[in-house]
Design a protein around this ligand. Sequence first.
Ligand code: FES
Length: 113
Amino acid sequence: MISLLLVREELLMRVKNHPILKFEDKQEISFEFEGEEVIGYQGDSIASALIDNGVKTFGYSIKYHRPRGFYCAIGNCASCNMEVDGQPNVRTCLTALKPGMKVYIQRNKGEIK
Ligand code: FES
């Protein structure tokens, strides 16, 4: 198992202050990533919440096991496929974040549990 230290960085990615745009405070949503509780916000996709938490690796390629992450953000590349609540190959860039979701890095083709 790959340590979370290898896939996370301390830098948070969410833009909170902007000179022109205003951001409303949104409700926090708690969910699980690799067995750890993490926080996203109402309106996030799973991918955006993970990126905000510093996660860059969402899965590994089938043949060479190279890390895969957020790429197209429109559901075309499958680079963001992850295992969500036991279901493999969930496109996390298109899937809305819900409280209590269990999200795991996908290895290989994924297995339905
Ligand atoms: S990032 Fe390409 S399908 Fe999600």
